[in-house]
Design a protein around this ligand. Structure first.
Ligand code: UD1
Ligand code: CA
Length: 443
């Protein structure tokens, strides 16, 4: 028998009051990506063809973030069952199975979805996903009968002491025949402590309808629900742990893994070494053999192979560091190409520039790229030597092999192989310092 088609409904219209934030809960980021996009990526890689995200009215930011996935609007936030029902118009003709998920429980794996799918294929009409967290907190509890079958889910606010003692918690996921789930959803009444329409009530309704209910279990770290910023930090920790393990498995040396933060899209080649306390924002790639020294910060940057970078280096968007280049301490690079073998070793700002291959940029060199209105380009030729404490006032171009004397402010183009310098003549006054000290009464 061919596998049934599966659609997903992701609930994401809740107010997220407990986050104490003006940003929609599901847009809070984990490893640089909104939490809901983690979940959608998992659904996509599980091959789920149609996903409907339920959003609040006027939540254009959420709708934009989830595009091209479809959205359905829940007019009033009347609870999770009402939210799931809001997706019905999008799926009223859908004949396959449906998985309902919460946008605030984003760490689910493809394997766990498969486990639920298998359970369903074993003949269960409705499959729930439970977990046994270390701290059951305010999760709903899955109540089983003496024969081990699922009876119902009780929300924490409505649970008796005996029910609260149950260790199997509801992840919020549900899997079953789409049209049956929608028909059960119609029966849900807001008879509970919060006066809301609870998705969890579907379980008892289904059982009374004669449905066979199955239960799959998964690890806590996959099902963690994010309701507060403390939960968000927990989810971040889980994902960072996964990313660190993945990179070490792929041949990246992390001296102190717990202090290195990656983005969901970080790309790192083999034999890269990363010292402690390094932060990767989104869009960073590092090629093989590069060494990243402690306390460096990168975002949207491309780092070539065998580069030596840090300690205390900052790469901002569109920094492109070529093979074998050196970027040293307190160096910031933005929207610039540093070509093969070039060295920017100390205390410099390189913005809107090209640093030609094998050029040497002295300590304290600044590309003055902004006049308060426009950003201008600096071009530094191959093998050029820029003396320390130089201002390159853009737009300006330094020819291949040219040298700039230390302490210069360069505003005119310098031709190939020339020396340019702007420097006030040095003055020397014999004995002046000794006379000054005598005047001040000091030796
Ligand atoms: C829910 C479950 C609980 C489970 C927990 C797992 C219910 C009633 N409770 O509780 O059993 O242990 O998740 O994390 O389902 N939402 C809407 N519209 C609404 C209300 C909520 O779209 O009117 C969305 C939220 O954006 C969220 C999800 O549904 O993504 C869950 O809602 P939330 O209020 O966080 O439920 P919990 O109290 O966490
Ligand atoms: Ca929740």
């Amino acid at each position: 028998m061919p596998e049934k088609e599966i659609a997903a409904v992701v609930l994401a219209a809740g107010k997220g009051t407990r986050m104490k934030s003006s940003l929609a809960k599901v847009l809070h980021k984990i490893a640089g990506r909104p939490m809901i996009n983690h979940l959608l990526a998992t659904l996509d890689s599980a091959g789920i063809g149609k996903t409907v995200v339920v959003v609040a009215p006027e939540a254009d930011d959420v709708a934009n973030a989830v595009a091209p996935h479809k959205t359905a609007i829940q007019k009033e936030q009347r609870g999770t069952a009402d939210a799931a029902s809001s997706a019905y118009p999008e799926l009223k003709d859908f004949g396959g199975d449906l998985v309902i998920l919460c946008g605030d429980a984003p760490l689910l794996s493809v394997e766990t979805l498969r486990t639920m799918q298998q359970k369903r294929a074993e003949g269960f009409d409705l499959v729930l996903l439970g977990f046994m967290p270390e701290d059951c907190a305010a999760y709903g509890r899955i109540i089983t009968l003496s024969d081990g079958s699922v009876a119902k889910i009780v929300e924490f606010a409505d649970a008796s002491e005996e029910e609260k003692a149950v260790k199997v918690c509801n992840s919020g996921l549900m899997f079953g025949d789409a049209q049956k789930i929608f028909s059960w959803l119609k029966e849900v009444k807001p008879n509970n402590a919060k006066g809301e329409y609870y998705l969890t009530d579907v379980v008892e309704i289904a059982r009374q309808d004669g449905a066979k209910i199955g239960l799959s279990l998964a690890k806590e770290e996959e099902l963690l629900g994010v309701n507060t910023l403390a939960d968000l930090a927990r989810a971040e920790k889980v994902v960072q742990g996964q990313l660190r393990r993945k990179f070490m498995d792929e041949g990246v040396t992390l001296l102190d893994p717990d202090t290195v933060y990656f983005s969901y899209d970080t790309k790192i080649g083999q034999d890269v070494t990363i010292e402690p306390s390094v932060f990767f924002g989104t869009g960073v790639s590092v090629d093989s053999g590069t060494v990243i020294k402690a306390f460096s910060h990168f975002e949207e940057a491309k780092i070539g192979s065998s580069v030596n970078i840090g300690p205390f280096s900052r790469l901002r968007p569109q920094a492109d560091i070529g093979e074998g280049a050196h970027i040293g301490n307190f160096v910031e690079v933005k929207k610039s190409t540093v070509e093969k073998g070039a060295k920017v070793n100390h205390l410099s700002y390189i913005g809107d520039a090209r640093v030609g291959s094998k050029a040497n940029i002295g300590a304290g060199t600044i590309t003055c790229n902004y006049d308060g209105f426009t950003k201008s380009h600096t071009d530094i030729g191959e093998g050029a030597f820029i003396g320390s404490n130089t201002c390159l006032i853009a737009p300006v171009s330094i020819g291949d092999g040219a040298m700039i004397g230390a302490g210069s402010a360069i505003s005119n183009d310098v031709e190939k192989d020339a020396l340019a310098l702007t420097r006030a003549p040095q003055e020397e006054r014999h004995g002046w310092a000794a006379r000054f000290r005598a005047l001040k009464g000091k030796k």
